[in-house]
Design a protein around this ligand. Structure first.
Ligand SMILES: Nc1ncnc2c1ncn2[C@@H]1O[C@H](COP(=O)(O)OP(=O)(O)OP(=O)(O)O)[C@@H](O)[C@H]1O
Ligand SMILES: [Mg+2]
Length: 386
């Protein structure tokens, strides 16, 4: 029996394995040689043959067949077609969402004319994660723990479990993402005293804050429990990328005289480069964006993008987004009768340096530690001692 832990994200998923000899978890590399597997499934039709693509290949192929490329399926898990979140997703996604067949009220996604339950699509992602993990570990993976957002209700948790089982996994446990993050950051629930942990999780498309506390279970073991959560399901790293994409659009429009923003292929390409530049700005003060043959207006010349953005500019642009996350942090603390002064220490992962400083602002001596990446990404855990 081999078991893995799966962070099944809206945008990306990660698999880790606990190694008892090292007494630590290691993030596994997938068959593309990457730690992150995009949570994307696509259908490719070639010479009349259909095949299912998962992960990076689905993302790359998505440029060709966007309406058969399912992204962010996690948003739809266990939700009815009539759910407002589904309605909003329908306006934003490039594929079709329908009610299920035979009066099934749950939202389904359409790939190649056929409707699939989100749990089915999710199981295709999990199946790839399982296969890649089996390869990395040199033996069949049979069991898994899967994380879900703290706000997932029973239907959403059940759909996640169903997806795992469909992927031939025995789902040992469904655990909350902030709990997994707290454990991954080495915070121990068994410690004496009352501790509360605030987890700041900036994902690709969603932003979640949770406050956990340590409690003892019936056997007297220390455990994390989620006390409260809030966030914004429509705020995430994608919005940060979008700011850079807008800048690329302006650059191209100025040079070609044509607005490229209706060209789906250009937009996908611009987004890819924008995300890369954003990540670079977490380390460097400047990032070059070079996109050869990015766009051609009808009858016009081929435009290569060659521009440079600075961290200073970017920080100014993202200010409203960061301010929004900070006001939610304030709300979360207030809800628990906490103030920033209660925060005593915390390891953290930078989303962008600006975020880091803000979370750390009211906390003398707090420094976010870059580079610790396990469990969920983009998470900062701050501990309140009181
Ligand atoms: N070094 C970095 N600097 C800045 N942003 C980064 C860095 N590394 C990752 N990101 C951004 O963080 C976000 C990562 O999201 P992540 O993969 O954690 O999402 P997810 O867990 O799939 O989404 P969700 O939490 O919405 O389910 C992306 O927008 C990505 O571009
Ligand atoms: Mg996540």
């Amino acid at each position: 029996m081999k078991a893995i832990g799966i962070d099944l994200g809206t945008t990306n998923s990660v698999v880790a394995h606990y190694d008892p000899e090292r007494a630590g978890a290691t993030v596994l590399t997938n068959s593309d040689g990457e730690n992150l597997t995009p949570s994307v499934v696509g259908l490719r039709t070639r010479d009349g043959q259909e095949s299912i693509l998962v992960g990076r290949t689905a993302v790359n192929f998505g440029v060709r067949q966007p309406k058969d490329t399912i992204v962010s399926v996690k948003r739809l898990m266990g939700r009815d077609f009539a759910d407002p979140v589904v309605a909003r997703s329908r306006g934003q996604l490039n594929y079709e969402i329908t009610p299920g067949p035979d009066d099934d009220p749950r939202a389904h996604v359409v790939m190649g004319e056929q409707a699939y339950a989100p749990a089915h699509v999710s199981s295709l992602i999990l199946e790839k994660l399982r296969r890649d993990a089996s390869r990395a570990l040199g033996g069949e993976v049979t069991h898994a723990v899967i994380t879900v957002p703290a706000y997932f209700d029973n239907a959403q948790r059940a759909a996640t479990r169903e997806a795992g089982e469909k992927a031939n996994l025995v789902v040992k446990k469904i655990i909350d993402e902030p709990t997994a993050a707290a454990i991954a950051f080495g915070l121990q629930a068994g410690q004496e005293g009352r501790h509360r942990v605030l987890v700041y999780d900036m994902g690709g498309g969603t932003f979640d804050i949770s406050i956990l506390h340590t409690a003892r279970d019936q056997q007297g073991h220390g455990q994390f429990q989620v006390l409260s959560f809030l966030g914004d399901s429509w705020l995430g790293g994608d919005d940060f990328d979008r700011i850079i994409v807008e800048e690329i659009i302006r650059w191209v429009t100025e040079r070609s005289g044509t607005d490229p923003s209706t060209d789906a292929r250009f937009l996908l390409e611009a987004k890819r480069y924008a995300e890369q530049a954003k990540k670079q700005l977490s380390q460097d003060r400047e990032a070059d964006i070079t996109i050869p043959a990015a766009f051609r207006a009808e009858g016009g010349p081929l435009v290569d993008v060659e521009m440079t953005i600075t961290r200073e500019w970017f920080e100014e642009q993202i200010e409203p987004l960061v301010a929004r996350t900070m006001s939610l942090v304030q709300q979360a603390l207030t809800k628990q009768d906490l103030t920033p002064e209660h925060i005593s220490a915390g390891p953290g992962v930078p989303v962008v340096p600006r975020d880091q400083r803000r979370v750390g602002d009211p906390v003398p001596g707090l420094r976010a530690q870059p580079g610790r990446r396990s469990g969920g990404r983009g998470e900062q855990a701050l501990r309140a001692d009181r």
